[in-house]
Design a protein. Structure first.
Length: 391
């Protein structure tokens, strides 16, 4: 995937003379010490990350961690103090105001926590607003606004006013308004935080469904780890203005960078995040149909196994044979002894979906790709260890 956004050595220091703070940072002074000495606040300190095209990049942290400041630097709603922000290779930090306005109008849409709808405008009037500012002719902007409303399931409410809608519906209007200009990039600042838990979950699902259709590049801000793990392709965790770890949900969960991140993830329901691919192991032994029953039996004896998987060309899974079947049928062709009803999972199958399968079988679960190639196996003990905090 191409790099859509690249942030390098980015700082935001709030105060009248931010340049004098950099010397103190180089001396290793903390954010609190610098504020005590200078009354300057460090919003973002030396942020570095890349967002690939079509990726959902989540920035999360507690209140005051700098996540919303960092987001607003990306479209220069807040002016960075130092660093570069490349969008499609262009540095918006050094960009003129006129060029910046064009980037905002054409490439970047933003969804806010508080909906930010105009109460005197109808739903479709709100959705049309960005297109109106851009100068899109009325017939065209109406057509595009209706299409955006259809995407979020609100076309029937086009002529209603925001006050007639629930909180979740109002947030959908805000999302439709951002989508109407067809931006490459969506910036979403705590977009679902003001919603009730059930509506929030629905909006998370809605966003993932829309992303499957649109493949936008999304930077999403949240303080909720479960939300970050659910929707993020990559997650950056911030503390005191610094990014302390960047990784996939599984990397964050299974390999926290420090004690701060470890405390963050300790109460997470691991079964919702971990996948078969993260806990699978390489099969200890494999055979092919041409090996025959005696070879199969010898491999099982050598490895202390009661069954062994059988693969064909390109490691495509054919099934498995058990020691009992082989011992009782040494004179038969191995192909006649293969059990094909082997429990299978894909590499991205959530661990939570493996519990039922594991409870109904004594043999390992085969992890395969969409072509049936055997990638690894998952034993019941691996599922239990993952839930207990092991890898």
């Amino acid at each position: 995937m191409e790099c859509k956004i690249k942030v390098s050595n980015l700082y935001k220091i709030f105060g009248p003379t931010p340049e004098k703070v950099f010397a103190l940072l180089e001396q290793g002074l903390s954010k609190n010490d610098i504020f005590a000495q200078t009354k300057h606040t460090i919003g973002v300190e030396d942020a570095n990350f890349e967002v690939k095209t079509g990726q959902i990049f989540v920035i999360m942290g507690l209140s005051g961690s700098g996540k919303s400041t960092l987001l607003r630097c990306i479209n220069r709603l807040i002016e960075p103090s130092r660093g570069t922000i490349l969008i499609d290779g262009e540095d918006i930090v050094s960009m003129s105001e006129a060029d910046l306005r064009e980037i905002r109008r054409k490439k970047i849409g933003m969804v806010f926590q508080n909906f930010a709808l105009f109460p005197h405008r109808t739903v479709i009037g709100n959705v049309e607003y960005g297109l109106e500012i851009r100068g899109t002719p009325p017939p065209e902007r109406r057509k595009r606004a209706l299409k955006a409303l259809e995407l979020v399931g609100l076309e029937r409410w086009a002529d209603s006013y925001p006050s007639n809608l629930s909180g979740g519906m109002q947030q959908r209007v805000g999302l439709a308004r951002a989508l109407a200009i067809d931006p490459d990039i969506l910036l979403m600042d705590e977009a679902f935080s003001a919603l009730d838990p059930l509506i929030r979950k629905e909006m998370q699902d809605e966003l993932l469904n829309l992303q499957n259709k649109m493949h936008k590049t999304i930077v999403f801000i949240t303080h909720d780890l479960d939300e970050a793990l659910k929707i993020g392709d990559k997650i950056a965790i911030m503390r005191d203005g610094k990014i302390v770890q960047i990784g996939t949900p599984e990397e964050i969960l299974t390999n926290p960078a420090n004690s701060y991140v470890a405390e963050f993830v300790q109460d997470v329901d691991r079964s919702k995040v971990l996948t078969a691919g993260s806990i699978m192991k390489k099969p200890e032994a494999l055979i092919t149909p041409k090996d025959g029953p005696h070879v199969a039996l010898r491999k099982m004896e050598e490895m202390g196994l009661s069954s062994v998987f059988v693969v064909g060309p390109d490691r495509r899974l054919q099934g498995l044979v058990t020691v009992d079947d082989v011992v009782n049928n040494l004179h038969k062709d191995l192909s006649d002894l293969i059990r094909t009803n082997v429990p299978r999972a894909y590499i991205d199958t959530p661990v939570k979906d493996l519990f039922q399968v594991a409870s109904e079988t004594k043999i390992p679960i085969a992890v395969v790709d969409r072509d049936g190639t055997l990638l690894g196996i998952v034993a019941r003990v691996s599922i239990l260890a993952a839930m207990a905090g092991g890898k």
